[in-house]
Design a binder for this molecule. Sequence first.
Ligand SMILES: NC(=O)c1ccc[n+]([C@@H]2O[C@H](COP(=O)([O-])OP(=O)(O)OC[C@H]3O[C@@H](n4cnc5c(N)ncnc54)[C@H](O)[C@@H]3O)[C@@H](O)[C@H]2O)c1
Length: 314
Amino acid sequence: MAEAKKVIVTGGAGFIGSHLVDRLLAEGHQVVVMDNLSTGKLRNLNPSATFHHSDITHQLVNDVFHREQPDIVFHMAAQVSVTESTKDPINDAAINVTGTLRLLEASRRFGLEKFIYSSTGGALYGDPEVNPCAETTPIRPMSPYGLSKHLGEQYVELYHRLYHLNYSILRYGNVYGPRQDPHGEAGVIAIFTQAMLEGRQPQIFGGGEQQRDFVFVADVVQANIRAMQHGDGEAINIGTGETTSVNCIYEALQSIIQYRWDAERRPQRPGEIYRISLECSKAARILGWSPQISLEEGLQQTVESFRKGVRATA
Ligand SMILES: NC(=O)c1ccc[n+]([C@@H]2O[C@H](COP(=O)([O-])OP(=O)(O)OC[C@H]3O[C@@H](n4cnc5c(N)ncnc54)[C@H](O)[C@@H]3O)[C@@H](O)[C@H]2O)c1
């Protein structure tokens, strides 16, 4: 096990962040969460973490760093909705670009060991000509969200060049698993699962043959843990290299949940990427990471945890 560290997880009350917090605590690290609870939930938050109800765009970020003196920052807080980013690109940039910059400024002042930045593979490369696409694929975001996450990456790299701030950038595929918000616009597995368990009819947009690289949240957490000691100065895809269509996901969940009804078919949403998967040999080589949870197993675990939630509120 790695030496115990003091870490800050921004967005630690969110979907991926809260799983990372649980794992870090289980490994004996001291964990501080910064979250404004805009999409995150207090019920996700591990009570053993120190919680600062704070906004990453606010100058009080410096006070938190001053008080906590972290060794490592996992930066997961973000405006994560592609639709919202199109409706309000200024707010998207304020959180994803300026918020990231504020954390970088605080990090360089306090002599951080490492800054680990959660980025996106799915929204960065556009509709790539070759799949699975490697990290060298041209960056061609199709939304303000994709661009703001990439600008965050570029600031991280700049702070390395200017101030030698050590970093890793992790570019995730479509992450899924327990605690994902089933009421958002993204996260098709959470949305379908919740609807099927409640006996509602899920909607499929644009034929359902769109294909994505679905990666289970525990695998994404493991990539972050590996990045504490490996992958310095690198941007690394974190996915499976496989593509699965939305229709396939629907059928797999139907069979696990024993849901008989067809989906409601809706027109394609503008700007939706048709097919993407991430080539992840760099993660294997540099982080010693590869996904361990098959889609089938991940879907089973997700349904199981959503079932408990539905029972609890019934
Ligand atoms: N879920 C995915 O499929 C996916 C894919 C690629 C990249 N990512 C990245 O992973 C990270 C985590 O995403 P998630 O899916 O867990 O989303 P999430 O919405 O569950 O988590 C984001 C967290 O950030 C917090 N937050 C938002 N704005 C904030 C602000 N201004 N100040 C403080 N906290 C703020 C929210 O309250 C929430 O707890 C994000 O950086 C996202 O861009 C996610």
